[in-house]
Unconditional design. Structure first.
Length: 570
């Protein structure tokens, strides 16, 4: 359901006010749902729920500012009355969502449910609410329409041949930017056209897409984002973490992480985040067969996930091999006439992994006539590791306007410090998250598509591991005044970026548009050319100051980590 501004092309828009009659009904339903959620999560000692709930709706008074907003001048092609009103509504809606989510967390700390349950529930509210807005007012971008066209073909044709869907313009039911052209890597066999995109995301959103079209697919991704946050905190709880640091880590994951911005986007990264978090939980529980299955499913989401499962699998094998067999385990193996326990564990891991991988290979063989994704995509293996791209990728993954993690969410710079603390702790989970994150970062630095996709997309799948790495840094800084203030400032910047880019969704859908706007606005206040100081780390526009800025923040993070480590040893 698109109820606001629908883009007919890149620059022309039309306004539909057909949704106005449902606003009283929607508002009443929202109040009831929020009251039910508050009753469930807030402790009884906070008193009547209606007062704080109504206070969180105060932002709607901002509608009185409509005349002033209409007088503002927005950058082309957005300088028209309907777009200005849309931006105003988005700002007020997201402000309400953030305030109500914060209310639930503030009242529930210590006296409410477990942090994993609490943040999973609040994440559902926040991610679904933000997705309802962005999926309603903003058109699809990038690879999203191609994933949805795969789902459409499965639902209506029962196959993955997209030739007739492109010819019949079936994409116009959910894509409104003119003609959707097939992408260059698609596989054509005797007139049949098969997408080079992975099948996993299309299968995941298929039920939601059948029920509610593009909106149903987007809401499915929002549900998965909340699940990823829940599982991430469940991993911390299972590892023995508790108290304020877990709660603070949950706040970072909810308000100052890529999960919110990508919760409504149909891309492989959110499902990957769910599998990464689930994999860590199964690793802690030593459920090796299910862990193997989880690792194998990562390849269904994207072949790029091989950079996650390779170190994940190797660390898992190391942990199995070095674990000492207890007398009870040996006796159990002898009694049931099964192989030695280490061999049995490795066998369970391998069998679990082999099942989804064999099915995936069969899918590629039947559809594309090859056994691996690289063959289907017409990509040589060496194309993934271009030496001349390493330094662009090394700094770009962190600080690029378009795909850098720290540019959008600076609190994740604490992952360097937390990772060092985890590694020094010599615990299995610490080795797993540090080795996997480092392997992914170094090998992704070669990736040829770096800088051609919005925001911190490549890090979204690893967000659960980064949250686990942030936790020990937060725990270490809780009694340090200066460090705590720095961390709070970093989180606040991430919250601001999340809020702004979600409230004004067209800023995050156009490459570099939102990031440049944020830098230009902030630079205007500071009278500094921030947009030129922080350019994208792409070959066409990269400049020497890009590397200077990148190296500066890398050294700051490393220096901060060394300071914390030195303090821990004294």
């Amino acid at each position: 359901m698109n109820f606001a501004i629908l883009p007919d092309s890149h620059t022309n828009f039309s306004l539909s006010f057909q949704f106005l009659w449902v606003l009283p009904f929607v508002g009443s339903l929202l109040l009831f749902l929020e009251w039910a959620l508050a009753k469930k999560l807030l402790p009884k000692k906070v008193g009547p729920f209606w007062k704080p709930i109504l206070l969180t709706h105060l932002p709607w008074l901002g509608l009185l500012a409509a005349p002033w907003v209409l007088s503002l001048h927005l950058p082309a092609p957005h300088d028209f009355p309907e777009r200005k009103l849309e931006v105003l509504f988005g700002v007020l809606w997201l402000t309400h969502l953030f305030l109500f989510a914060r209310l639930l967390l503030a009242g529930s700390y210590k006296t409410g449910p477990k942090d994993s349950t609490l943040f999973g529930s609040v994440g559902l509210f926040l991610f679904l609410g933000a997705t309802l807005w962005t999926a309603s007012v903003c058109d699809l971008s990038g690879d999203e329409p191609h994933y949805l066209l795969m789902a459409y073909s499965l639902a209506h044709d029962g196959d993955l041949d997209l030739a007739n869907n492109y010819a019949n313009h079936d994409y116009e039911k959910f894509y409104h930017r003119g003609v959707l052209e097939p992408q260059g890597l698609e596989h054509v066999i005797e007139g049949r056209r098969y997408s080079h995109h992975p099948l996993g995301p299309a299968l995941l959103v298929l039920p939601g897409f059948v029920l509610a079209g593009r909106l149903g697919a987007a809401l499915t991704m929002a549900l998965l984002a909340a699940l990823a946050l829940f599982l991430s905190l469940r991993v911390l709880e299972e590892s023995g973490a508790k108290g304020w640091p877990v709660h603070a880590t949950g706040i970072i994951g909810l308000f100052s992480s890529p999960l919110l911005l990508f919760s409504g986007l149909v891309f492989p990264e959110i499902p990957t985040a769910v599998l990464v978090a689930l994999g860590m939980l199964l690793f802690l529980k030593k459920r090796w067969n299910w862990l193997g299955l989880t690792l194998g499913l990562m390849l269904w989401m994207h072949n790029r996930n091989a950079l996650i499962l390779i170190p994940f699998g190797l660390v898992t094998l190391w942990e199995i091999l070095k674990e000492k067999d207890s007398p009870r385990r040996r006796e159990d193996a002898k009694k049931n006439k099964i192989p030695k326990t280490k061999f049995r564990d490795i066998l369970n891991l391998a069998v679990g992994f082999a099942i989804p991988v064999a099915l995936l290979s069969l899918y590629f063989r039947v559809l594309y006539g090859v056994w691996t994704p690289l063959g289907a995509h017409n990509e040589p293996f060496t194309s993934l590791f271009r030496l001349d791209h390493f330094w662009n990728g090394f700094f770009g993954l962190l600080l690029d306007q378009e795909c850098g993690l720290w540019f959008h969410f600076p609190a994740f710079g604490l992952a360097v410090t937390g990772g060092a603390l985890l590694w020094m702790g010599k615990k299995p989970l610490g080795r797993l998250v540090v080795a996997t994150s480092l392997f992914f970062y170094l090998f992704m630095s070669f990736y040829e598509n770096l800088g051609l996709t919005p925001a911190a997309r490549y890090w979204v799948g690893l967000t659960p591991m980064l949250l686990v790495m942030i936790h020990p840094a937060v725990e270490d800084l809780k009694n340090d005044g200066w460090g705590k203030r720095l961390a709070l400032l970093s989180v606040a910047v991430g919250v601001l970026v999340d809020w702004l880019l979600a409230a004004v969704p067209w800023m995050r859908y156009n490459k570099l548009e939102g990031e440049n706007m944020i830098l230009k606005i902030a630079g205007g206040f500071l009278h500094l050319p921030l947009a030129s100081w922080e350019p994208a780390f792409q070959a066409p526009v990269v400049a020497w100051q890009s590397y200077v800025v990148g190296a500066f923040w890398v050294l700051v993070s490393v220096g901060f980590t060394a300071w914390v480590a030195k303090r821990k040893t004294h």
